[in-house]
Write a protein that binds this ligand. Structure first.
Ligand SMILES: O=P(O)(O)OC[C@H]1O[C@](O)(COP(=O)(O)O)[C@@H](O)[C@@H]1O
Ligand SMILES: [Mg+2]
Ligand SMILES: [Mg+2]
Length: 343
């Protein structure tokens, strides 16, 4: 989609949306706090190696078992510090095993991946922050399905600092104007093209994929000579936020399926603070997000840090993968699991 600034600031957009509705006002204030944290993080990320050893490993691991980098911990701390004076009762963060509880008298909770794309920190490639805002329902707050999200989105720290946001009224992108410190809308009511010729997957895991993903990718690779009768391009940034931003702008699919590696049966991504915000944004942009068979937003999370496969983006492609899961297509020996192209 062509970016056009309509001069709408994030503040003005949220003020109009929230007017005279206490819950919406609380959500708007929370988004304001999250973007305040985002601006502080963007400043740090923008200094790169000048900022010191952002990519240094700490001695700790997070709830998912990943080694934490210094910036993972710092972005978590910045976010918690800013949200403690917001309408947020609890935070569920990738970087903390347990929920951070402020005050259960407050109306909202925030699920957050403070730093997405950690493996890219030292490479000067886009990274980001993902968030979902849910009603506070006490101890069950982070096991609510994604359909209960009141707002969700992500910030990309890339060449531009970009916020993608949905409050359930379409998906919109805002760029940080560094001169004024304000987010200005540049992509109103984003629509993901329903068809695509571009897919994103970490192809180094191919030998571990299930039959449906094998078949889908084989068909893409076969290009104009194969069943799709068109050539596909492939992209994999390795930061979910950056891959999905590209998909919002020009279409495509992002695939992180479950695979046969130990610990990857449900993929790599976390349902509550990675898949659900992305799914809400994608659906609001006319796209789709599933785990292959189920709509991501309808899955009941077993716990805060549970993982889920994530297939999202252009709706016709996601529906096609769903058909492959329901009924994996038979392939000629050339495209079979141990055939010429997949050996
Ligand atoms: O290294 P892999 O297996 O390709 O996984 C990359 C994916 O993992 C993630 O980095 C997971 O997020 P974190 O960096 O927050 O752990 C995604 O952003 C990205 O799409
Ligand atoms: Mg992440
Ligand atoms: Mg992370």
């Amino acid at each position: 989609m062509t970016p056009v600034s309509d001069d709408t600031t994030l503040d003005a957009y949220l003020a109009a949306w929230a007017a005279n509705d206490p819950t919406r006002e609380a959500v708007a204030r929370t988004i304001g706090a999250l973007t305040e944290a985002g601006v502080a993080i963007a400043e740090i990320v923008g200094r790169g190696a000048l900022e010191g050893a952002m990519a240094a490993q700490t001695d700790a691991t997070n709830a998912g078992g990943d080694a934490q980098k210094a910036l993972d911990v710092r972005t978590h701390d910045i976010t918690v510090d800013i949200l403690k004076d917001s309408p947020v009762a609890r935070i569920g963060s990738e970087e903390a095993e347990d929920e951070v509880v402020f005050d259960d008298g407050r109306p909202l909770v925030v699920a957050i991946d403070p730093l997405d794309g950690s493996s890219n920190i030292e490479t000067n490639v886009s990274i980001g922050t993902l968030f979902g805002i849910l009603p506070n329902v006490g101890d069950a707050s982070f096991t609510q399905p994604g359909t209960n999200q009141l707002a969700a989105g992500f910030i990309v720290y890339g060449p531009a600092t970009a916020l993608v946001l949905t409050v359930g009224e379409g998906a919109h992108a805002f760029m940080l104007d560094r001169a004024s410190g304000r987010f200005i809308r540049t992509h109103a009511d984003i629509k993901i093209p329903p068809q695509t010729k571009e897919y994103a997957i970490n192809a180094s895991n191919q030998r571990h994929w299930d039959d449906a993903i094998q078949a889908y990718v084989a068909d893409c690779l076969a290009g104009a000579e194969g069943p799709r009768e068109k050539n596909f391009n492939m992209r994999w940034v390795g930061s979910l936020v950056a891959d999905v931003f590209r998909i919002l702008v020009r279409g495509g699919v992002y695939l992180y399926p479950g695979d046969a590696r130990q610990g990857y049966g449900s993929g790599r991504l976390r349902l509550v603070y990675e898949c659900n915000p992305i799914a809400f944004v994608c659906e609001q942009a006319g796209g789709a997000a599933t785990d292959g068979q189920r709509r991501i937003l309808e899955i009941e999370p077993a716990s805060l840090h549970v993982r889920s496969p994530l297939l999202c983006g252009s709706i016709e492609e996601i529906e096609r993968v769903g058909r492959y899961y329901a009924d994996p297509p038979r392939r000629s020996p050339l495209f079979a699991k141990r055939g010429l192209f997949l050996a």
